[in-house]
Every structure is written in structure tokens, then in C-alpha cells.
Design a protein around this ligand. Structure first.
Ligand code: FE
Length: 187
């Protein structure tokens, strides 16, 4: 770390989060595309929009601080995304894969929740009330996304536990090849 003050640490952590959000903006469309469940895909698409907003809030904060948003590579997020993308290429039953994608996505959310909780506290301590409020809004959206994923998982995990058999039950007796249930869309 270059500086020595809490303010320097605050700026460094904000840069780390900014890089994390930008990495996520690129990763979320791939996760949405890899999701078999419509609900899960929509949740990722919705969170992609929120994620763009999170990056914009950080830009607003940097502007007020008179600092540049770039300069830190968030290696934690890079690794979480790498783990998540690896499983997208794996061959498994649709519901099991969805359960795995959710597991990866919730790790990402918890990582962000930890980061935003910290910078929100720093902003409060440093008297940056406006920034604290913006960071709090993002923190709430990350928590809501995490809760939504928990709710989606509560259905998908049950299907996954049935060996993925429930994947085809909802369309009646005609069983369909798994690949046709994937809703591929151009990114
Ligand atoms: Fe975010």
C-alpha cells in the first residue's frame, strides 16, 4: 500500500471494488447464458444492470474525492470468477449445474458484501456522508441479490438432489434432451 492513512486505505479499497465490479460486468452475461433456469438467468441479467450502477456510484465517489478510479486489480474477484467460469464448461445435469453456478455467484456476493461493508464504515469515519450513503445503497443491493439467489437455490437444489430428474418433469412425459432446455442467447 502506498499511503499510510485510513483515507489512503479507503481509496485503495474503493479502487479494488471498482475493478471487481468491472470484472463482474463482463462475467455476468456468461453466467446468465450458462444458467438453465429462466429465473436464474433473469436474476443475473437484473444484477448486471445493478452492477453497472455500482460502478457508476464508485465513479461518482472518485470524482468527488478528486481521485482516479483505476489502478487496483482485484485478484480475489478474478479468482472467484475464474472458478465460476470453469464450471460453466463442465458436463453435468442442468439443475446440478445451476446449483453450482449459484454457489459460485453467492461467493461473489459475499465477497462484495464484505468489501462494501468495510468502505461504508470507512466513509462514515472519514466524514464522507454522501459516499457512505451511496455505498450503503450498493451494499443493500448486494444483500438482496444474495437473498434472491438463496431463494432460487431452495428450488433448484431440490431438483439437483433428485439427480436432475426433476429437470424434465415439468414439461410432461416427453423427455427432452438437456441441451434444448438451455436458453442460449447472444451476449
Ligand atoms: Fe456489485
Amino acid at each position: 500500500m502506498k499511503g499510510e492513512t485510513l483515507h489512503d486505505l479507503y481509496v485503495e479499497q474503493l479502487r479494488d471494488l471498482y475493478d471487481a465490479e468491472n470484472q463482474l460486468t463482463k462475467a455476468l452475461p456468461k453466467m446468465a447464458q450458462g444458467a438453465g433456469s429462466e429465473e436464474l438467468r433473469e436474476a443475473f441479467e437484473e444484477h448486471l444492470e445493478q452492477t453497472r450502477g455500482h460502478a457508476q456510484r464508485l465513479e461518482q465517489i472518485f470524482e468527488k474525492l478528486g481521485e482516479k478510479p483505476k489502478g487496483e486489480k482485484c485478484k480475489g474477484m478474478e479468482e472467484l470468477i475464474r472458478e465460476g467460469s470453469e464450471l460453466l464448461d463442465e458436463d453435468m445435469a442442468e439443475s446440478v449445474k445451476d446449483a453450482a453456478i449459484i454457489a459460485a455467484a453467492q461467493r461473489v456476493e459475499h465477497y462484495e458484501i464484505a468489501g462494501y461493508g468495510t468502505v461504508r464504515s470507512f466513509a462514515n469515519l472519514l466524514g464522507e456522508a454522501n459516499a457512505a450513503q451511496l455505498l450503503e445503497q450498493t451494499l443493500e443491493e448486494e444483500k438482496e441479490t444474495d437473498q434472491k439467489l438463496t431463494q432460487i437455490a431452495s428450488e433448484i437444489n431440490v431438483q439437483a438432489e433428485g439427480g436432475g430428474e426433476a429437470d424434465t418433469e415439468d414439461v410432461g412425459e416427453a423427455s427432452r434432451p438437456r441441451s434444448s432446455t438451455r436458453k442460449k442467447r447472444a451476449a
